[in-house]
Design a protein around this ligand. Structure first.
Ligand SMILES: N[C@@H](CCC(=O)N[C@@H](CS)C(=O)NCC(=O)O)C(=O)O
Length: 207
């Protein structure tokens, strides 16, 4: 299987974490967004949204990181997906919540404080950052409370939800995400970052 990816992308990193945890090998095909490689006709044939990550498994092409993570988990016999309906629904709850709420709040800090500088497309917008502060305070508090006394978001073992949500924090330090007032998030993130699948996934950032 090949994963078309821009290595620092949280959406790509969480797919790699799942691949590592489920013991599947993904060949990384770098797509340099800063050079516009995602707009090349050959890539647009794979993903007309011009977005990474995009998975190619033989003649099967799949985009959207959540769908790819679930596909890898299904291929591994359902690893990382609870079998009972209630915990399975809770896993989907956290995935949807991250996609709709927490992830976009973190994404404001990532875009304003990191991506703009890397792509040289202007200064951080204080209005956007104020919006990010407000949203992160709201949804960060929900996560922080939920994590009290828990090692995993759902049940007693790792699920897709943990990898999905943790990806929103991978650049927390570099993009100035205000996590200081959320000790449970900090503790959980330290545990996730130290876990074997994330150690392997994050190694790509050290090159
Ligand atoms: N919902 C998508 C988001 C993917 C996404 O936004 N990828 C960004 C990089 S992190 C991208 O490829 N941007 C290029 C573009 O939109 O043209 C997913 O979860 O895979």
């Amino acid at each position: 299987m090949k994963l078309y990816t821009f290595p620092p992308s949280p959406n790509s990193l969480r797919v790699f974490a799942v691949a590592h945890e489920t013991g599947q090998n993904l060949e990384m095909v770098p797509v340099d967004l800063s050079k516009g490689e995602h707009m090349k006709p050959e890539f647009l044939k794979l993903n007309p949204n011009h977005k990474i990550p995009t998975l190619v498994d033989g003649d099967f092409v799949l985009w959207e990181s959540t769908a790819i993570m679930l596909y890898l988990a299904y291929k591994a016999g359902g690893k990382l997906i609870p079998t009972d309906p209630k915990p399975r629904a809770q896993m989907h709850q956290w995935i949807s919540w991250n996609t709709a709420h927490l992830g976009p709040a973190c994404g404001i800090f990532l875009f304003e404080n990191m991506v703009k500088g890397l792509l040289k497309i202007g200064e951080p917008d204080p209005k956007q950052l104020a919006k990010g502060e407000e949203e992160f305070a709201r949804f960060g508090a929900v996560l922080n409370d939920h994590l009290k006394g828990r090692k995993h978001l759902v049940g007693n073992s790792s699920t897709i939800a943990d990898h999905h949500v943790f990806a929103s924090f991978v650049h927390a330090g570099g993009c100035g995400l205000p996590v200081a007032k959320f000790p449970e998030i900090q503790r959980w993130c330290a545990e996730m970052a130290a876990s074997a699948p994330w150690q392997k996934a994050l190694a790509v950032l050290k090159h």
